[in-house]
Design a protein around this ligand. Structure first.
Ligand SMILES: Cc1ncc(COP(=O)(O)O)c(CN[C@@H]2CONC2=O)c1O
Length: 422
């Protein structure tokens, strides 16, 4: 199965936009947020136009229709990641909240002085900062699997730090800076050999490749709707049902209760136990539509398209002696992103120059400051792709980089840039 990116573009009205005084938009910031196809925004609008109502409590037609659609959306996203069903699929605000739900619903109960969480040097702050805080609260240690010079995890070091003290492994499946696809199953087997639970950060993998929680060996999987052609304001936590049954909620209120007295309360069944208050109804329905859309493209085809574009850009940038790229070397599969720096051009200045030409990339630390310390750089520029990105988009980026490099001397001379050079 494959698709033509030019045909896919027709599904995304925003890609017809011009920016920066009439420049055609070249959107290369997909690792931050992907665009949404018209059928996803239509699904959300249809909810509001046709059956907007609160779920689970109203005894009337609109509430019934909204409840059925919202509950079915849980089944659809469960199916998308190979979970058993809605009991294992909780809607959250985003991947960050999903990680925090595991931290406060599972981590706090299982971590104590002398225990350890193992994570990695390439984690996003959503995981890294969270486990740092949980460790402070519980007295547990956090151990970081090292990243080697090729932007890949040092598996010898992983085997060293994953031992019987470890209660939980929290690992990013795909790095949002390096593009590295981590050997999650191998790491999960190591963790399970020591009776540790496994949380996989799937924010960059669920949108870009086939993900099956059983194949990964994941006990928990966190991902976000806005990174998989879905709306903002919704994410998902997959959890193995037995673990979710044992866990305590960390948000309390309506929807998540069964019975409440002045003295005590009991909890609703899964997944509603973890969905306190009025949930993201429209977003959940729209996210199910996004899952349908991506499955029609084919996640293997998305994965192949992403890697092809990344390898093309990587090869072109590797030919330049004034550009440093990060992550696995050419030929090693990566997700559809390349982080890089152009000698003598500060990342923010390069982003501005690219934006002047209609090209949207991201510059900075990408919420991975410790990883940038490991790389010994203050920041990087990241170009990231999706199913609608074309070779022509990458060529536009390459031309703009050539242009920026040509302006380097002028920029170095000008006051505006002088104090911002990398
Ligand atoms: C690997 C990874 N984990 C977790 C998150 C958090 O996702 P939410 O923000 O949806 O909770 C992100 C977001 N990626 C950031 C967001 O912007 N640019 C990035 O690379 C991510 O890339």
């Amino acid at each position: 199965m494959s698709f033509d990116a030019d045909e896919v573009r027709a599904d995304f009205p925003i890609l017809q936009r011009t920016v920066a005084d009439g420049e055609p938009l070249v959107y290369l910031d997909n690792a931050a947020t992907t665009q949404t196809p018209e059928r996803v925004s239509t699904a959300e609008k249809s909810f509001y136009d046709e059956y907007n109502a609160n779920v689970h409590r109203g005894i009337h037609t609109l509430s019934h229709e909204a409840s059925v659609a919202y509950e079915d959306a849980h089944d659809r996203l469960a199916e998308f990641v190979g979970a058993e069903g809605r009991e294992e699929l909780i809607f959250t605000k985003n991947a960050t909240e999903a990680v925090n739900l595991v931290a406060y619903g599972y981590g706090v109960q299982h971590l104590d002085e002398g225990d350890a969480v193992v994570t990695t040097e390439m984690e996003h702050h959503a995981s890294l900062v969270t486990w740092q805080q949980i460790a402070e609260q519980t007295g547990a240690d956090v151990r970081y699997v090292e990243v080697d010079d090729d932007g890949r995890l040092d598996m010898d070091h992983a085997r060293e730090v994953i031992d019987d003290d470890v209660e939980l492994l929290s690992v990013v499946h795909v790095s949002n800076v390096l593009g590295t696809v981590n050997p999650v199953r191998e790491l999960a087997d190591l963790a399970h050999d020591h009776d540790a639970a496994v949380l996989v950060d799937g924010a960059q993998s669920v949108p870009t490749r086939p993900v099956d929680v059983d194949d990964l060996g994941a006990d928990f999987l966190a991902f976000s709707g806005h990174k998989m052609a879905g709306p903002t304001g919704i994410g998902c936590l997959y959890g193995e049902q037995e673990l979710l049954e044992e866990m305590e909620p960390f948000l309390f209120g309506g929807e998540m209760i069964r019975h409440v007295t002045f003295d005590e309360s009991t909890w609703n069944e899964l997944p509603w136990k973890f969905e306190a208050g009025t949930p993201p109804i429209a977003e959940g329905i729209a996210l199910a539509e996004a899952a349908d859309y991506l499955d029609e493209l084919g996640m293997d085809a998305v994965r192949e398209h992403e890697n092809d574009l990344a390898q093309y850009l990587l090869a072109e940038l590797e030919d330049r002696d004034d550009v440093e790229t990060y992550g696995p070397p050419p030929g090693v599969e990566r997700s559809g992103l390349v982080a890089f720096n152009v000698d003598g051009v500060h990342g923010h200045d390069l982003s501005e120059l690219l934006d002047d030409r209609g090209i949207a990339v991201r510059a900075g630390d990408h919420c991975t400051q410790p990883l940038h310390d490991v790389l010994d750089i203050p920041g990087s520029v990241r170009a990231s792709f999706y199913a609608y990105t074309t070779r022509e988009d990458v060529d536009a980026l390459l031309d703009a980089i050539e242009d920026a490099a040509g302006k380097r001397d002028a920029m170095l001379a000008s006051e505006r840039y002088h104090d911002r050079i990398l």
